[in-house]
Design a binder for this molecule. Structure first.
Ligand code: NAD
Ligand code: UFG
Length: 336
């Protein structure tokens, strides 16, 4: 029996594959390397001393998926594969709906026809939209997303709930990630963005390593303690361990449920900058600029449901997140 991991060569996927292998699961990875590269797979093997099957395949390729299900005894799927850049999704909405929503539908059709009805899905805190007040709870109404990327996550959650309503044999975990940062302790796997990073931590690490000149802090006039945006940063290894718990849950129980994966603590942009300066031992060049359109002032989770139902809690603090992000960047200045 194996767990199929779509998008397993990517940032969160590679860390999750390491923790799944360490927990004793057999895995099969499928990825089209749109936003990742084969070297991450070598490093998963290096870190775990374990082997796994890999298929270079697009999840929109139904025949390719059917072959994977025919050749392996897949018990459940962890579904990371998707496009994730908020700004790009505004410029290319059709590509985002086609890849994220279309890809998930094709994957679920292949699963259904293969008799595999257990899935852990990468959703996002973005599904809470603009109108809920932090701490965000799973009982709050979702929707009101502000960009096509976020809307794909919202739509997929609705589709998966409809799928369960039509057939109660399905087990579905919707994992709403807050802001993953950090890297594996070894410094061998980490986030490897193409081009200039959109997200805060990879931008900071590239300034620290000298690839970028200066961090722009997007606004210091928000209604937050220091005026900069507040987010719930979570160590990617904690997030990966949350997937191991979610897999246990979908293997054990039928149903559909959403879980926040966050720490419950909000840090500002300047908190992150100063924690990172401590981790790398030097000052970081930054300047305050205008707000970035579409950003919220504050977004953090109430993570208590994941503790109660999955028995999962984030354990790693901000200093460790910054130290691990820095080790990965310093050891791999050009990425993989
Ligand atoms: P990533 O880009 O590093 O990983 C995604 C992987 O999926 C990549 O390896 C990519 O090549 C692959 N992929 C994309 N489309 C594919 C397709 N059609 N067929 C096969 N493979 C495909 O991103 P990540 O940060 O690891 O995110 C993983 C998932 O988590 C995504 O669904 C993302 O939307 C979601 N998520 C990420 C964040 C974040 O801040 N990183 C936050 C919330 C949710
Ligand atoms: N920020 C800067 N400068 C930068 C980049 C970011 O000041 O160069 C600030 C942002 O304004 C925000 C904070 O740092 O206050 C975090 O920004 P990120 O871009 O790292 O993350 P977001 O919270 O904007 O977005 C993340 C994911 C999205 C997801 C969203 C909501 O990247 O995929 O959380 O869950 F949709």
């Amino acid at each position: 029996m194996s767990i199929l991991v779509t998008g397993g060569a990517g940032y969160i996927g590679s860390h999750t594959c390491v923790e799944m292998l360490n927990a004793g699961y057999e895995i099969v990875i499928v990825d089209n390397f749109y936003n990742s590269c084969p070297e991450s797979l070598n490093r998963i093997k290096e870190l775990t001393g374990k082997d796994f099957k890999f298929y270079e395949c697009d999840i929109r390729d139904r025949e390719g998926l059917d072959k994977i299900f025919a050749e392996n005894n897949i018990e459940a799927v962890i579904h990371f594969a998707g496009l994730k850049a908020v700004g790009e999704s505004c410029a290319k909405p059709l590509e985002y709906y086609e890849n994220n929503v279309g890809g998930t539908i094709t994957l679920c059709e292949a699963m259904r026809d293969a008799g595999c009805k257990k899935i852990v899905f990468s959703s996002s805190a973005t599904v809470y939209g603009e109108n809920n007040v932090s701490p965000l709870k799973e009982t709050m109404q979702i929707g009101g997303t502000t960009n096509p990327y976020g809307t794909t996550k919202y739509m997929i959650e609705l589709i998966l709930r409809d799928l369960w309503a039509s057939d109660n044999e399905w087990s579905i975990a919707l994992l709403r990630y807050f802001n993953p940062i950090g890297a594996h302790k070894s410094g061998r796997i980490g986030e490897n963005p193409n081009g200039i990073p959109n997200n805060l931590m990879p931008y900071i690490t590239q300034v620290a390593v000298g690839k970028l000149a200066c961090l722009s802090v997007f606004g210091d006039d928000y209604d937050t303690p220091d005026g900069t945006g507040v987010r719930d940063y979570i160590h990617v290894v904690d997030l990966a361990l949350g997937h191991v718990k979610a897999v246990e849950k979908v293997l054990a129980d039928k149903g559909v449920d959403a879980y926040n994966l966050g720490t419950g603590i909000g840090y500002s942009v300047l908190d992150i900058v100063h924690a990172f300066e401590k981790a790398c031992g030097k000052p970081l060049n930054y300047k305050i600029v205008d707000r970035r359109p579409g950003d919220l002032a504050t977004c953090y989770s109430d993570p208590s449901k994941a503790l109660e139902v999955l028995g999962w809690k984030a354990e790693r603090g901000l200093d460790e997140m910054c130290e691990d992000s820095w080790r990965w960047q310093k050891n791999n200045p050009e990425g993989y």
